[in-house]
Design a protein around this ligand. Structure first.
Ligand SMILES: Nc1nc2c(ncn2[C@@H]2O[C@H](COP(=O)(O)OP(=O)(O)OP(=O)(O)O)[C@@H](O)[C@H]2O)c(=O)[nH]1
Ligand SMILES: [Mg+2]
Length: 419
């Protein structure tokens, strides 16, 4: 099955905890603190892989985690950093945060790597907390914990040229004879279910052609394979509109032409405004194509190139025309977006609220503090109390009506309040 939209879950690595350790050496009775810092958690990156053309791998694998940082250890050894995770996606994959819809990345150029989630910072070891007054800090900091995020991937194929038209008009056949691509070809509708990409060589140069699944009337409202495929034409520079001029299915080429134009316009004005080259295919089925082609051009008032993907007649001229038109057009652009970043927790904010005699303190600042404290350690606890006082948390508790003996709760820490 073809997939051009996928939902996955990502979690960067947690930071490793800092260590509590004491320097030990023969004949040195009381060494100082030498607990090392924890390692940084692994980051998560996306990488554009030119050999991929669908998001199918994400049907089976939806959870990705980067490695956690390791704990610090004695002798001031910093813990090993967690390995980064690199997720490969096809060029043209737009990565968004599923909750906010914010765009994290447009993974565009082959080989391009974009970081979307940063690993947690490692906690500091007790060595880092030593001061002239506090020579033997018996506590260290815990590593920063990361959160899991729900992410949406959407493939918007990048190609210079998109082949559009009704089903069975010969788009895939055309791509297969002008490039090395080998899309499935068959004499029934909706043979092509996913866009195929091919490189078309033109002397020393080349361009990228995409074969888009057949459109039908109402595609812009979701009929047939609908919207999902129009999305793939969004990023082309030029449309090659393939029309079956042989009328072998009993349809009228002119009506076909206008029907597809209408779908393009309904889907997006930008799409409809793209330059277009009309290729009238299957001319080999006509005994005398000349008058038919002329009649078509006269009716729509535009030039059309007669071709046959089967006999390759007219293809040289078509490719030349495509190449020359492209030369005058601006390059494919990556989508314009403001990069969405997961906010750092507000490091200074906190709030107090009372509930049944328990005073809950929440917010980035106190959570950060609580992460660092070790309640059972006198030193650490005193440092924690001082920090609470300095930042005005104690004053806020008093204002909220705290009395001696009441319980104060911060994250998973609970302690009794005494002034
Ligand atoms: N006689 C003749 N038959 C052709 C020509 N081009 C394609 N065909 C045939 O038309 C049928 C459909 O061709 P495809 O290339 O699969 O058509 P498509 O436009 O990709 O169709 P969908 O993928 O269903 O949208 C096949 O049987 C082809 O062999 C042509 O120039 N002349
Ligand atoms: Mg096809």
């Amino acid at each position: 099955m073809f997939l051009d939209i996928a939902t996955i879950y990502l979690k960067a690595g947690n930071g490793g905890d800092g260590a509590v350790s004491w320097h030990r050496e023969k004949y040195v009775p009381a060494g100082g603190p030498d607990g090392g810092d924890g390692g940084k958690g692994g980051d998560i990156y996306f990488e554009a892989d030119a050999s991929m053309n669908s998001l199918a791998p994400f049907r089976f694998t939806q959870h990705f985690r980067a490695e956690n940082g390791e704990k610090g250890s004695g002798k001031n050894c910093t813990g090993r950093s967690g390995e980064d995770t690199v997720i490969k996606v096809p060029c043209g994959t737009v990565v968004t945060d599923a909750e906010s819809g914010g765009i994290l990345a447009d993974v565009f150029e082959p080989g391009e790597r974009i970081m979307v989630l940063k690993g947690g910072r490692g906690g500091r070891g007790n060595a880092k907390f030593a001061t002239a007054l506090r020579r033997a800090p018996g506590f260290s900091e815990m590593g920063e914990k990361t959160e899991e995020h729900k992410i949406r991937l959407e493939l918007k194929t990048i190609a210079d040229v998109g082949l559009v038209g009704f089903p069975n008009v010969g788009k895939s056949t055309l791509l297969s004879v002008v490039s090395a691509a080998r899309p499935k070809i068959a004499n029934y509708h909706f043979t092509t279910l996913n866009p195929n990409l091919g490189v078309v060589r033109y002397f020393d140069d080349s361009f990228l052609m995409a074969d888009i699944p057949g459109l039908i009337e109402g595609a812009s409202e979701g009929q047939g394979l609908g919207h999902s495929f129009l999305r793939h034409v969004e990023r082309v520079r030029l449309i090659v509109h393939v029309v079956d001029v042989s009328a072998c299915e009993g349809r009228d080429p002119v009506e076909d032409y206008y029907a597809i134009r209408k779908e393009l316009t309904n889907y997006s004005k930008a799409l409809a405004a793209l330059p277009e080259i009309i290729a009238l295919n299957k001319t080999d089925l006509l005994s005398d194509p000349g008058p038919v082609v002329k009649k078509f051009s006269d009716k729509i008032g535009k030039e059309a190139i007669p071709v046959s993907a089967a006999t390759k007649n007219g293809l040289d001229l078509l490719i030349k025309k495509i190449y020359e038109t492209l030369s005058d057009l601006p390059k494919v652009q990556r989508i314009k977006y403001e990069k969405f970043e997961y906010g750092e927790k507000d490091r200074d904010a906190f709030s107090v609220h009372a509930d049944n005699g328990v005073f809950f303190v929440t917010g980035g600042y106190v959570e950060e503090l609580a992460r660092r404290v070790v309640l059972s350690d006198g030193d650490s606890f005193r440092w924690f109390q001082r920090a609470l006082r300095d930042k005005g948390v104690i004053a806020a508790l008093k204002k909220a009506g705290v009395k001696d003996g009441d319980t104060v709760s911060i994250m998973d820490l609970e302690f009794e309040y005494f002034d």
